[in-house]
Design a protein around this ligand. Structure first.
Ligand SMILES: [Zn+2]
Length: 1013
């Protein structure tokens, strides 16, 4: 009780301490030139310094300059999100804010663009602005409106005037908050009153923040509304209408808005209009929708969604204070919808429920952004997270039992999870999600921004609502809204308020769920029917409260358990039939398959094992086993068929396996592949997690005539441990380190025996590797680097023992010189630190399948570790002998080093070799079936002392590159002398020098899964 009273006292004290805030009243006059796509304007801002500080300058945002060139923060962020559209935009598609000439109180002053960001300016005040004083900042401007690449823009003569005028940055208790314009990462602005006067051709329909002032324009809109209703009466179909010609006559209309922190408007000659009113606590509000014919079948009902969302948020959070609420369907190239005070813009949605959801979300931002004006750039979880929580609540109320974006049953089976739940689990299980408190420009991907900024906090708030009770939760939020409306609450203001009002420490919520990517994972470890004692273990990292449900004689009950670390014994009733932690899926427990205890089941503590055909998305709540028919082909086993079992789905499980045995029709042998993995992810600042695994493969690899019906098989055992480092936040850089062993058991013909029936012997060798890989997946200049240390000590026929230690490295850089056209360069080098073969003067031809040489030509015979997948390994006459590999290291594509002739040691070294590989797309459009590129390979190898070969050789030509390198065909055109000779000795037929590559080795399905989202 004392604590509660103390909290209340602190609360009143804190309430009195609401910090100062500046005020900026804005008036703009502007004129649209829809032929040049220019907006000519004049802006006057009355800046009130309510701070206790004297200001000598003001930071001014010039956000349209974000579209000026390729170096802006906006462009760079777009590239980081893998979107190159704006980077490759034509000059005339870009935009900027020009003709600025700032003056203070009527006299011109000095100003300069920020050194780092051209969309921020620093306005020097001629006289210091004292606390309590105000000044008038004015400037003319010419806005060159860009094509729609983000929020501000145009499509044809449809205009989206958002983030469009010079605007002061916020100055608050933490100082100035200048910020460049970004696509991902929103805004923070000062409150004030706005008066905006717009002149444009009179047949434009305009939707804007604020209240329209002209009676004549209301009449124009009323006529348009009558036309809209007439059109809707004919049940029109959605289609995109052309733009009507602009009227010669101009009109001037104006809008006033009080106590807002932004102003946006949208102009389109095609807009349909519907106007309505909605009644809330203290009276009526105007509601409007503006839309084109593009989704008229959905928008005919949209006014109801606006009305309902204004009612919903007014009731749940607090009375809507503004006179009107508008939704506009218009071009938007940043997300599905975007909020501005009193007005929201919605892109194309495709579905009525989705439209309702997005309209509600954006209208809801009037509360969480518009009225509670958070610093969205720094604290995305506050506006997006809290607002998403309410829009989810709205959807639960009006579309019960129908999760938005529900997965089709064929994919999800009977799992209760929604698409977003899957996305969340997918990232959380892999520890690839980021804390909701991450800065908006430090999320590593759009999906991380969505999960961290929107979905996880939304679910966390629902958890908090259920924990506190809906009534209590609502009261706290409503009181907070009343106390902080039209202000800039910071995260600590919000937390303090909630904890004081709730009367308890909510660290599990604010530090655990919102402030980190720690896991909640409770487990029922034991239940004793006789004593009624249940042991619950916290396997997660957050001591969060957890609801426990149990069933006894068909009666269901639920109670909350306070959060705890490690283990807790809970006294329950005796002889319970079933216990479930988090039975209503309120918490963010990452592993619910350990949440059940059913005393009637065979294996209490787990869900029963479910056997299903194919993987689907897999239900991470269940223990599943999937059955998978498999098939394949290679030269020796011929057609292979089998039936596999695995437990691998979209969401990572700690223990995963796949066993895919097959029967080879040609070899009459049981072959196949298998893998077993254990993933361990923990909460750390450097390592995302480790994968411990064993891969196994068995196939036949040779078919020597001497063996009659028999084939030679290999078994490849590959245990490994891989550490994945956490990517540097806000960069596309990733790295990992891997330690592995490859144990090969290879059958060979037992020579020296009876030649008619020689039999086989098994040759065993083990290769040890340590590999480090770093990659930067930048959209324009991606690059990567790997380094590998390889050790082997093997026995072969040449001599009893051969030991080597080899260091190899490769770096690849690409440059996108034109949209989707790349130039690529790779540099490879490899050196034997130790090599017995070198000391003995032996160059081993690759046919011996050992690693004691470096081979710059990579094909099945030089694949001594059986790293790659080849359809034939030892065939030397067939088409399949011309399969090469271009992914492992050096990228020469020559079919040489397979023939015992005088030029066939070309590119082989037992000491040192290096190579440079250049490749380029052609700078013009090609038919999809003809993805032609040019290539050039240059190699150096330290040849044996007695060799006649030139140590430098080269080869170049054309190639076809399908599916991003998955299948390639190489047509050499020119070679250095020794290459020509080697090819001649093979028969001199040009077709013999044409090679191809199936690059299948990189396609470990579990690695692919990591990069799906
Ligand atoms: Zn939002």
């Amino acid at each position: 009780m004392i604590i509660t009273i103390l909290f209340v006292l602190i609360h009143f004290y804190a309430g009195a301490q609401r910090p100062f805030q500046q005020r900026v009243d804005v008036s703009i006059q502007c004129q649209l030139d829809d032929e040049a796509h220019h907006l000519h304007g004049q802006i006057n801002m009355e800046y009130f310094n309510n701070s206790p500080d004297t200001l000598s300058f003001i930071y001014m945002h010039l956000w349209p300059n974000a579209y000026k060139d390729r170096n802006t923060a906006f462009t760079q962020q777009k590239l980081r999100m893998k979107n190159t559209d704006f980077y490759f935009a034509k000059e005339e598609e870009r935009g900027m804010l020009d003709s600025l000439d700032f003056s203070i109180n009527g006299s011109r002053i000095d100003w300069a663009l920020d050194e780092e960001f051209i969309d921020i300016a620093k306005i020097k005040l001629s006289q210091p602005l004292l606390p309590g004083q105000s000044c008038t900042i004015s400037t003319p401007f010419l806005l060159d409106i860009p094509v729609s690449y983000s929020r501000l823009g145009r499509v044809g003569t449809s205009y989206q005037l958002t983030q469009w005028f010079p605007k002061p940055a916020v100055y608050d208790q933490d100082g100035w908050h200048p910020m460049p314009y970004l696509d991902i990462g929103e805004f923070y602005s000062e409150f004030g009153d706005y008066e905006v006067e717009i002149t444009l051709p009179e047949n434009y329909v305009v939707a804007a923040t604020g209240t329209l002032q002209e009676e004549s324009e209301y009449e124009f809109l009323n006529r348009r509304m009558q036309e809209t209703l007439d059109t809707l009466a004919t049940n029109p179909k959605s289609s995109n209408h052309p733009f009507p010609k602009s009227a010669d006559k101009m009109k001037t209309i104006s809008y006033k808005a009080e106590n807002v922190h932004d102003f946006a408007w949208f102009a389109d000659k095609r807009f349909y209009v519907i106007r309505d009113t909605v009644t809330i606590q203290d009276g009526d509000r105007d509601t409007w929708v503006f839309f084109t014919n593009q989704e008229i079948e959905l928008w005919k009902d949209a006014i109801n969604y606006v009305n309902r969302s204004v009612e919903f948020y007014s009731e749940k959070v607090g009375t809507y204070p503004y006179p009107q609420a508008t939704a506009v369907q218009s071009a938007l190239s940043a997300g599905a919808g975007m909020e501005y005070p009193m007005i929201t813009v919605i892109g194309l949605m495709g579905d009525a429920a989705a439209l309702d959801n997005v309209i509600t979300h954006e209208v809801g931002h009037n509360w969480f952004y518009g009225i509670l004006a958070f610093n969205e750039r720094d604290h995305v979880w506050m506006d997006e997270g809290i607002n998403s929580y309410y829009d989810h609540r709205y959807m639960d109320e009006y579309y019960p039992g129908k999760p938005l974006m529900a997965l089709p049953p064929i994919l999800k089976g009977h799992s209760p999870l929604s698409t977003t739940d899957y996305a969340l689990l997918y990232k959380m299980r892999d520890r690839a999600d980021q804390a909701p408190t991450t800065h908006s420009n430090k999320f590593n991907s759009e999906i991380n921004y969505f999960i961290g900024g929107y979905e996880k906090p939304a679910q966390a708030f629902k958890y908090l609502q259920n924990y506190l009770g809906t009534e209590r939760f609502d009261r706290i939020m409503q009181d907070f809204y009343e106390e902080w409306k039209f202000h800039h609450p910071q995260p600590e203001d919000f937390r303090n308020y909630f904890e004081q009002k709730a009367g308890e420490d909510l660290s599990w919520f604010f530090d655990g769920l919102i402030g980190s990517n720690k896991h909640i994972d409770y487990k029922i470890a034991d239940y004793d029917e006789k004593s009624g004692e249940a042991k619950i273990r916290n396997k997660g990292e957050i001591p969060a409260p957890i609801p426990l449900g149990f069933e006894k004689e068909e009666e269901k009950k639920m109670q909350w358990l306070d959060g705890f670390d490690k283990k807790k014994v809970v006294q329950l009733e005796k002889e319970i039939d079933q216990i479930t932690l988090d039975p209503l899926l309120w918490t963010l427990d990452v592993r619910r398959s350990n949440n059940y205890w059913d005393t009637k089941k065979f294996l209490p503590g787990t869900e029963p094992l479910k056997v299903q055909l194919l993987s689907r998305l897999a239900n991470p709540e269940e223990n599943q086993l999937f059955v998978l028919p498999t098939g394949g082909w290679n030269y020796y086993d011929k057609i292979m068929l089998g039936l596999g079992v695995h437990n691998i789905g979209m969401i990572q499980r700690p223990f995963e396996f796949a066993l895919l045995p097959m029967y080879g029709m040609g070899s009459n042998d049981v072959i196949g592949v298998g893998t077993v993995r254990y993933h361990h992810n923990w909460h750390s600042t450097t390592i995302q997690g480790l994968d411990l695994g064993l891969n196994f493969r068995r196939f036949n690899y040779a078919d020597p005539p001497i063996l009659d019906d028999d084939h030679l098989a290999y078994n490849r055992w590959n245990p490994f441990v891989k550490f994945n480092f956490i990517p540097k936040a806000g960069t596309p850089r990733q790295s990992w380190v891997k330690f592995e062993a490859i144990h090969l058991q290879r059958e060979e013909v037992a020579l020296g025996q009876d030649l008619n029936n020689p039999g086989t012997v098994s040759v065993d060798n083990t290769i040890y590797r340590a590999k480090y890989k770093w990659s930067d997946n930048h959209a324009i200049q991606p690059k990567n680097l790997w380094m590998e240390l390889e050790y082997q000590d093997f026995e072969n026929r040449n001599f009893s023992s051969n030991e080597y230690l080899k260091l190899s490295a490769k770096t690849t850089r690409k440059y996108q010189y034109k949209k989707n056209k790349f130039f690529r360069a790779s540099l490879f080098a490899s050196y034997f630190i130790v090599n017995d073969a070198r000391e003995s003067g032996i160059v081993n031809n690759p046919i011996q399948f050992n690693g004691a040489n470096i081979a710059l030509n990579q094909h099945a015979l030089s694949d001594y570790a059986f790293d790659d997948v080849f359809f034939a390994r030892t065939e030397r006459s067939d088409l399949l002998a011309r399969a090469v590999s271009t992914t492992r290291g050096p990228e020469f594509k020559l079919p040489i080093n397979q023939w015992p002739n005088s030029n066939d040691n070309l590119g082989l070294s037992n000491d040192f070799a290096a190579s440079l590989h250049l490749r380029s797309d052609l700078p013009f459009k090609l038919p999809a079936l003809l993805p032609l590129e040019i290539y050039f390979d240059l190699g150096y190898f330290r040849a044996a002392p007695d060799s006649d070969l030139d140590e430098v050789f080269w080869s170049g030509g054309f190639m076809l590159n399908y599916a991003d390198g998955a299948f390639q065909v190489f047509f050499p055109v020119a070679h250095s002398k020794d290459v020509r000779n080697a090819l001649d000795e093979m028969g001199g037929n040009y077709l013999r020098s044409v090679t191809f590559a199936f690059n299948l080795s990189g396609s470990d399905p579990l690695d692919l899964r990591k990069s799906l989202l």
